[in-house]
Design a protein around this ligand. Sequence first.
Ligand SMILES: Cc1cc2nc3c(=O)[nH]c(=O)nc-3n(C[C@H](O)[C@H](O)[C@H](O)COP(=O)(O)OP(=O)(O)OC[C@H]3O[C@@H](n4cnc5c(N)ncnc54)[C@H](O)[C@@H]3O)c2cc1C
Length: 591
Amino acid sequence: MTDYVQPLKDMLFNIHELSALDRVLQLERFADFDKDVVDQVVEEAGKFAAEVLSPLNIPGDEIGCKVVDNGVVAPPGFAEAYGQFVENGWQSLEVSPEFDGMGMPGGAGAAAGEAWQSANMSFMLAPMLTNGAMYAIDAHGSDEIRSTYIPKMANGAWTGTMNLTESQAGSDLSVVTTRAVPEGDHYRISGSKIFITWGDQDFSENIIHLVLARLPDAPDGVRGISLFIVPKFLLNDDGSAGERNDVYTPSIEHKLGVHGSATCVMSFGENDGAIGYLLGEENKGLAGMFTMMNHARLGVGLQGVAISDRAYQLARSHALDRKQGGAPGEKGSVTIIHHPDVRRMLLVMKSQIEAMRAAAYYTAGQQDLAMYSDNDEERAAALSRVALLTPVIKTWPTELAQEITSLGVQIHGGMGFVEETGAAQHMRDARILPIYEGTTGIQALDFVGRKIMADEGKAMGDLIADIRSLDLGLAVDERTAEIRVALIDGVDQMGSATTWLIEQGPLDPNTAGSASVNLLMLAGIVVGGWQMARAALAIVNGASSDDPSFAEAKLQTVRFYAQHIMPRARGLADAAMAGAETVMGMPEESF
Ligand SMILES: Cc1cc2nc3c(=O)[nH]c(=O)nc-3n(C[C@H](O)[C@H](O)[C@H](O)COP(=O)(O)OP(=O)(O)OC[C@H]3O[C@@H](n4cnc5c(N)ncnc54)[C@H](O)[C@@H]3O)c2cc1C
């Protein structure tokens, strides 16, 4: 069993070289920081991950949560770890100084988040959702609401949850039926939600539920959905947590993975009706929830990177330790890392993890520019880039986490299939990632519809132009020659598929839906390849020259990605451009 080891060098390399840190640190919002502070914070976050969160990962999986008297009891050690997490100020890492937060750059937040998620994804779901809830309250709440809730959530005294799903309303939120009836300055909420992550626990003083519900006279569909703040404990006049609100957790789900987190059935208003407060405007609740979801989507993408890296660490240790078979030039039994196929599997894992990490940290840097740049043009360009990449970063790493955690099991052989190595837990935990926060299918529809076709490929065209602009740099040094060729081919595929979609998509209503996931994965591979090529270029230009073994390994990893992963782009483009005929032509009875 391997403890969590933070990939600190690669994290810092990505933050420094690929997340626009130099530019971000020039912005007024980040005036108090320099690179050394960023590095120290990331390293400290890694220590917390390794020393406090990682030891609780397997016990959390084995023991899980339980419901006692309509309330959830978290696995042993979680409450103490949460106490330490908030005492260290980690919950406020990226929160604005306006609310006493640290206000660190997104690259640092991404690296810290990756370390914590890698160490214990179940635990980290609570802080991740609290962050998303804070963003939604900040973006849509009045000054009074913001000052009432955000400081206590930022310091971790209170957590936040996201209550969207009902049994008949999963991907399709237009059919939400939870009711909200106006009563004076508040509303009475009644209804039942399912699958609510950390909907209850015993480690924070209060829980702030954000709940989608419908007013009695609301129009049908998504135009009739409103968003409410429903605290577990109502607030006293001095803002402290007081009387219990009418919201309970009668049961939790038995599930495939993330056993350490509670997935709750939530019952609102079984007695008098839970008291809730409107967030934003009546009937415009989905916009508020999207603020939360977009934040959480990038966070879930990072979970994909994190769980993949944890699986890789375990597989690497096993490959360096397990002896089996012989190898040319070696006497007797050799460790399995001698075998070409084991090396191939490890490199498929490593190279894709580094590509995903690079793309996620790049996007976090763009997010900072989108929110805080003082230059209108820069802000608009970054905003457009983040919007385009959000479904890609949610989906591509979480889908790859299936391949990577499965390879982690494979490298362990039979020992991977039994629970005691821990490889199986990573595979089970990873399985939720392409499902929650919008399934892969739903993200892909957003990508082809709102992000490509709606602006006739403008944002995608800007991305393609940026990728192509790297060509000149890659052409200069022979060490990047084959990376250059692979990137040109990948971006050509992405360009052709985008043009095809814009021409063919409007002609048949099923075309975009049939091509969508292939297009999204194609974009992920090429964006990952682009970031890997940027990494290679940075190395060739002298980055990490004080650490030649890291620099050499990075170049070799990028070359592997160019040779083994980039060719997948061509297959995905071909499949996407095959159109809808074979997908839709099969009669239902033939399935
Ligand atoms: C462990 C766990 C934690 C969760 N945490 C939360 C939480 O904190 N808060 C919360 O509100 N919810 C939460 N969820 C719910 C989660 O977000 C939903 O399960 C998810 O959105 C999918 O909805 P569904 O399960 O109803 O599947 P469905 O919507 O029934 O989808 C089934 C399949 O059909 C596909 N599909 C559906 N509609 C379309 C379409 N229009 N086009 C193409 N394909 C489509 C989907 O991609 C999927 O493959 C959680 C779920 C789990 C299991």
